[in-house]
Design a protein around this ligand. Structure first.
Ligand code: TNX
Length: 541
């Protein structure tokens, strides 16, 4: 079965197959031991085969798996050859070998994605193939918002497995927002004591009359975070943490009222926000706030080794700063260009602070307003414009325009769709997304590090809904990010759908609650008033 997703650069088929049996060995060469461990574990579970370490007794027996690093291949590039000598996977670095191992699992058929064998007597075969493959982009990301709805740790680990199965390699972890603070910060314990839960939650549209009248919350301890980061690293996924400043901060202000604009409102009465939208209660641009967040970021850096640290920077209403004498005094003192200058100064402070510690700042495209510190990168979400401007100014960019790759948006216009966000982004829309806009010169286009699909969770209340929103669109997205697809008008969506007919069986074996091509199953529907959008165009009925 070579209906691979994402599609590799080249596949050459030959008649014949490698049979994996109880005597098959898995020989993981120097530098590939971690991949060997992963492969033995997942295939051990699904096939029940022991895949003992080491070379086949007597070379060229033809039923073993060999993993090797190979000179001349890019770090994530791999070559997989299955022939009468067995299966050989070579990669430039362990990451390349790992992506090759993911391809091997797909070649073994959908049941290779199960956690236990259905039948211990069945045989396992890898068809003879020569596959040469490498990713188009080095940043193949997804963002998960665990602030609006918390995803317990087990769900995050499982989500990471699903990303890795699609050769996605960046997990942008949106850890803080108005509606919840989800990461333990030792020196500021109230962030989680107070900030990690809310008393109730608005159901559906922010103007909807419906509430879920029960507390919602949860957070990750620092050990949980270390475990998540290590688990991701074993799968060659980098976790990029996001601490959103200076907007989207009401949960933090509810925990520490001195972080807010205390000369404008009585911040001591604020609670963790229970509804949706753009929140006016933003951080005060004071030294107290800067020192507080330096403390937060110090703990964050100790937990996340990623080069990039995301500081949010989106949707920061300036009304309180306009009315705050403290904020206005700061603008005058620093000679800034109004409130926009203040936002840019705030972000710039952390850009420098991170650079001094060997890290790079990334933020949503609003951080371009008022100028951006050298070395900082931009997540372009309000279309391509921010990304184009950033690339032209010499900044690196991750393209994630909401018009194409926002997974909280509904997948179909039908009345049974459970998504109360009105914009429709179909599987085909995602498949036809092109991360590099044609306006960029080749030189500018080099600043496009890659692309990312974002899953906000105002209306995505649990893991079942995360699966539903993410899949199958994340499979199409993975192909956009990994494969060398032709320009959108020439993309073979019908061919992708054909391969998806096999890929759905893999997702079934993994237990993914994806949206079926024929529409939501009865228990996946959530029509009626809940179907109204939380933002954007009127509800589609
Ligand atoms: C905009 S994208 C937001 C989020 C919302 C999302 C809903 C971005 C940087 N900000 O806070 O959750 O729209 O689609």
């Amino acid at each position: 079965m070579t209906e691979l997703v994402p599609h590799p650069r080249s596949v050459v088929a030959a008649p014949g197959e490698v049979r994996l049996t109880a005597r098959s060995r898995l020989d993981a060469g120097a530098g590939t031991e971690g991949v060997g461990h992963w492969l033995r574990t997942v295939l051990g579970q699904s096939t029940g085969l022991p895949l003992h370490e080491g070379r086949q007794p007597g070379d060229n027996c033809g039923d073993g798996v060999t993993l090797r690093l190979a000179a001349g291949l890019g770090p994530e590039e791999y070559r997989l050859v299955s022939d009468r000598h067995g299966v050989l996977i070579e990669g430039g670095k362990a990451a390349g070998v790992f992506w090759g191992a993911q391809t091997l699992r797909q070649l073994l058929g959908p049941d290779a994605f199960r956690r236990a064998p259905l039948d211990r007597d069945r045989s396992w075969a890898v068809p003879y193939r020569t596959i040469e493959d490498a990713p188009r982009f080095r940043w193949r990301g997804t963002m998960l918002d665990v602030a609006r709805h918390f995803m317990p740790k087990e769900g995050v680990l499982r989500h990471l497995d699903l990303l890795a199965a699609h050769k996605l390699n960046v997990f942008h972890f949106h850890l803080t927002d108005d509606q919840g603070w989800r990461i333990e910060i030792r020196r500021h314990p109230r962030l989680t004591e107070i900030g990690s839960w809310r008393a109730r939650t608005k159901t559906g549209h922010r103007a909807s009359p419906l509430w879920e009248d029960k507390p919602h919350g949860g957070y990750y301890t620092q050990d949980d975070i270390r475990e998540i980061v290590a688990y991701a690293a074993e799968r060659h996924v980098t976790v990029v943490p996001e601490i959103d400043v200076p907007g989207h901060s009401q949960a933090a202000i509810a925990a520490y009222p001195e972080l807010g604009n205390t000369d404008v409102i009585d911040t001591s009465t604020l609670t963790v926000w229970d509804t949706w939208g753009i929140n006016p209660n933003v951080l005060a641009p004071t030294d107290t706030t800067l020192r507080f967040y330096e403390g937060v970021f110090e703990e964050v850096l100790a937990l996340f080794p990623s080069e990039f640290v995301h500081v949010g920077g989106d949707e920061c209403p300036k009304d309180q700063w306009r009315r705050s004498r403290t904020a206005q005094a700061r603008i005058r003192e620093l000679g800034l260009a109004g409130e926009d200058g203040l936002q840019s100064w705030f972000i710039g402070h952390f850009g420098t602070w991170l650079a001094e510690r060997g890290r790079r700042l990334i933020g949503w495209d609003e951080i371009l307003e008022g100028g951006l510190a050298e070395g900082a990168a931009v997540s372009s979400w309000r279309g391509y414009a921010g990304g184009i401007a950033a690339a032209r100014a010499g900044h690196d960019v991750v393209m994630c325009p909401e018009q194409q790759v926002y997974l909280d948006h509904r997948q179909d216009a039908g009345p049974e769709e459970p998504v109360p966000i009105g914009w429709v982004r179909t599987l085909e829309d995602v498949y036809r997304f092109e991360p590099v806009p044609p306006e960029l010169t080749p030189e500018e286009a080099r600043h496009v590090l890659g692309t990312q699909a974002n899953l906000w969770t105002e209306v995505v209340e649990d893991q079942g809904r995360v699966d539903y929103q993410a899949f199958p669109r994340l499979a199409a997205f993975a192909e956009v990010a990994w494969s060398a697809l032709p320009v959108p008008p020439e993309r073979d969506f019908a061919g992708f759908e054909r391969r998806m007919s096999v890929h759905y069986r893999r997702l079934d074996a993994l237990g993914v609650g994806y949206r079926p091509p024929t529409g939501p199953l009865p228990w996946q529907r959530r029509p009626g008033v809940l179907g109204r959008p939380i933002d954007g165009p009127p509800p589609i009925r």
